[in-house]
Design a protein around this ligand. Structure first.
Ligand code: PMP
Length: 401
């Protein structure tokens, strides 16, 4: 059967599949249902009444938990909000309006961020909406092109920051090597108030048997004499419940004091009840790792199904490749130049919603129009198989016409 006929047959199935966002599936959310009954008391270990205002830096036991999870002293951790993205946004807004410790507000001069690409669309949206110019930096197997990064930050004092997803990056699944981490910590920046936005979103989200580790960026920055350079973000969004998890920020004592001051104007204290029940559920690194193994058991077959369909339908197609992630939530399907947008449009006509082509790039523009972010987590295994087949057929048809 021709590709066009196969595509038409697929279209006639009349499916409605959403592969656009990396959301946990209901079965994954069910793994943390114990949260509903996890509270035995509304008092924290130190007697804090969690029903009331206060505790801007987070409960001591929640800070200790995230300190353990992130390998950082608890005093250098703030637990706040349910969304790490919100914390990233606020760091940027505070830096724009007030400056980072000891420096003038960023907003007084043009501000630029380096953006390893393909990357996380919502990072780029924050920059866009807050008036920060973005420069693409290509990703390699071990992290961004560091020769280019070092050159740019040394020359251009408007470069105040850089987005980093150090492990199982969204969407390429890249794991930063120790050498890259060290170069990022040590590189000479023309801007003295430069910050690494270190988004450790997938620290425990392994798909393979190997649990890959990335070097500790805060330690590397201290050793390189740049203790305030990195701000680390994480959350339990894809560990417990994506809409009601807990988020954390880890950084140098100076950055923590700065954050605490500014966050104190924004809120009279975070949801400590949620922190308390998360401490009861997640307990320690071993408990989190055991929970993540259950997530892995649910996710791995879905990733494998996509990869098998791609191999079957696209394995022989010149110029088409895809990543084989060892963790995280995405597969990056790479098409020949100029075929990604057309593939998304054809997939849409066949009932499959994909992330818009270009979304993984600043301003939504993939200069070569060739990256498709595939998010296998949410649909059922059967739907995933169908969707991957439909995407592959859409791509093949796009290449024919
Ligand atoms: N960072 C990355 C790299 C992500 O992929 C996501 C979710 N897709 C987030 C942050 C969102 O994190 P949170 O739910 O903590 O805001």
């Amino acid at each position: 059967m021709s590709v066009a006929a196969q595509y038409q047959a697929f279209q006639q199935l009349g499916l409605k599949l959403d592969m656009s966002r990396g959301k946990p599936a209901p079965e994954q959310l069910d793994l943390s249902n114990a949260l509903t009954g996890a509270l035995t008391s509304y008092l924290a270990a130190d007697g804090t009444d969690c029903r009331n205002y206060g505790g801007g830096v987070g409960l001591p036991e929640a800070r200790a938990l995230f300190g353990q999870l992130l390998d950082v002293p608890a005093a250098q951790v703030v637990v706040d909000s349910s969304s790490s993205l919100a914390l990233m946004h606020d760091v940027i807004v505070y830096a724009l309006l007030n400056g980072v410790p000891g420096h003038a507000p960023w907003v007084q001069n043009p501000v630029t961020f380096l953006c390893p690409v393909p990357g996380y669309d919502r990072h780029f949206s924050i920059c866009e909406v807050r008036g920060i110019k973005m420069i693409n930096v290509p990703m390699n197997a071990e992290g961004p092109d560091m020769d280019l990064v070092e050159k740019l930050v040394a020359e251009d004092a408007s470069i105040k920051g850089m987005w980093i997803v150090p492990k199982y990056s969204n969407p390429g699944g890249v794991v930063y090597s120790e050498r890259v981490v060290q170069r990022l910590a040590a590189m000479k920046t023309a801007a003295p108030d430069f910050r690494l936005m270190w988004d450790d979103a997938y620290r425990f989200h392994h798909l393979g048997e190997r649990k890959l580790a990335v070097a500790n960026i805060l330690d590397a920055c201290v050793q390189a004499g740049n203790p305030d350079r990195a701000i680390v973000f994480a959350s339990s969004s894809k560990v417990s419940w994506a809409g009601s998890g807990v988020a954390a920020l880890a950084a140098s004592p100076a950055n923590i004091a700065w954050w605490t001051k500014h966050a104190g104007f924004r809120s009279i204290g975070p949801d400590k009840i949620n922190q308390l029940r998360h401490v009861a559920l997640l307990k320690d690194v071993a408990t989190v790792e055991a929970l993540m193994e259950q997530h892995r058991q649910l996710l791995k077959p879905k990733f494998d199904a996509v990869l098998a369909q791609f191999q079957h339908y696209l394995g022989e197609v010149p110029g088409v490749s895809w990543t084989l992630p060892e963790g995280g939530y995405f597969i990056d399907l790479i098409t020949p130049d100029g075929a990604a947008k057309r593939t998304v449009a054809l997939a849409k006509e066949a009932g499959i919603t994909l992330t818009p082509a270009g979304a993984a790039f600043p301003y939504g523009v993939d200069p070569r129009d060739r990256h498709l972010r595939i998010a296998p987590s949410f649909p059922s295994l059967q739907e995933i198989n169908q969707a991957a087949q439909g995407i592959a057929l859409s791509l093949r048809l796009a290449l024919e016409g």
